[in-house]
Design a protein around this ligand. Sequence first.
Ligand code: GLU
Length: 610
Amino acid sequence: MCGIIGYLGERAAAPVLLDSLQRLEYRGYDSAGVVVLGADGLATSIKSAGKVEALLARIGGDEIPGRVGMGHTRWATHGRPSHDNAHPHCDCSGRFYVIHNGIIENFAELRQELEGSGHHFASETDTEVLPHLIEEYYKGDLVVATRQALARLNGAYAVVVLSSTDPDTLIGARLNAPLVIGVGADEWFLSSDVTAIIPYTRQAIVLGEGQMAVLSPVGPVVTSIVDGSEIAPSVIRVEWDVIQAERGGYPNFMSKEIHEQPAALENALRGRLLSDGRVEFPDLGIDQEQLRSVQRIQIVAAGSAYYAGMIAKYALEDLAQIPTTVEVASEWRYRPQPLDHSTLTVAISQSGETADTLAAARLAKHRDSFVLALTNVVGSTLAMEADGVINLHAGPEICVVATKTFTNQVACSLLLALRLAQVRQTRSEGDLRELASALRSVAAVQRQLLARDQEFQPLGAWLAEHQSALYMGRGYNYPAAVEAALKLKEVAYVHAEGYPAGELKHGPIALLDESMPLIAFATEAPTRDKVRSNIQEAHARQSPVLAVVSEGDHSLDDQVRFKVEVPRVPEVVSPLVTALVGQLLAYHAAMARGFDVDRPRNLAKSVTVE
Ligand code: GLU
């Protein structure tokens, strides 16, 4: 769930580990720790509750000798955040150290068994069973003992193991959680995230599901955990820039990433939206015949990706005329439905590691449905397991809440809908060309809007004074309203809900009075007049309305407290504009309340547990 870094090489390990842990801080975590193995085989383990800063303070200026080590930032799943529960964890003899991301589902039985045979536990974590299991199995071969111990675990893990019995070895393994090997010159890294290793090396090996890597001065050896068979690893080059992964001139990653959206959108369209308006996906993995034979589409996703999926549904039905359902992955995975190869499953996940979306995609694949992944992480589990992939090309997103990955999920969904409409000839060529050119011009519209960032500061400050807010929209802007409400909840901790504007009268209108602001998306669309009526209804009940309207629309001036004018775009692409309004409102509301927008409380970037 959180951050892992391992190092083996020629340098002093501790500075590399601490630097990398700071790079992994964005994931949201509650404690951190490191362990370094000295040349004498002695391990120094230091951990602390709280931020990496607290860990640094604990270490002080002390030098930690050793060229092999590992570090962890924890997001607690078993046992509260505390010093004792922070990783690394070790066995009774103090020889075997483990850091772990994920959840060991059968830890309770294992712990009982191990305690029964005399092991003493120092923490409440699920993780701690692993070092004790290794101790139990160790008969002089660390690799064998680790493999045997891992074979006992159910659940999800990315782990790194270090032992004083083998001072030149670092072992990494994964199951349902990501782990990459960084390959430097005579030095190797293990990390849950390439962001941690790119300052050191751009060569990486993405460890596959159920694989284990043994690092030693002769390099990494990758094997299958189950049978120990050797696997030839393929080294990829990570193109992400260090600068890209840092804050640039912005005060925080959220702001930086909001402003990166036009460039991210252009990247999503590059090489896909051709100058004649046709859409091509060079690496889609689905041929035209398959695209023509799709009878139904189901989208599985969670959180913001689910709302992007709702927009995708509208576009797929509207443009490609394919009946589409959107499913919350955590529900769908336990509610098997009829499915076959005529249904295309689109799994949307920023990280490509979202446990529920991954499980839903696997289930769909098992039922013969073709699975197409929309993800931002090349080499992620979802990307590797899906039949086809559309990479979002949004670049690294460091802020915990989704901004540019959300809009790129929407953009890639629109591209997919356009592609299907082309292949199936469900819209005239002229129509499709027009939509394609609208999509191409959105980045410029976003830039215009973002140049007015400061206009949103007083609006955000106004929202921040409230306990609750309602958002509404119709058509493509209904999901945009729900996503905007989620943003406000996530970063400003203001309770907010998004509704289809027509639903207001069926309940939520009871909440409206002068203390309940209503944010209404009322931009150019066939249903705009309906939204106007809904705004009037709210105004009549003294609700202060903030309306987002198309440039030059003055029809609501006497009904609304605030008005944000945005450039006119066709409704299909409008969420790529209104989403930014929602983000800027939430951002400035959070700033007005003085919150850390990059690390909102209780949230984690990549939700790899259920
Ligand atoms: N389940 C482990 C714990 O609670 C690991 C959590 C994590 O992924 O950080 O300590």
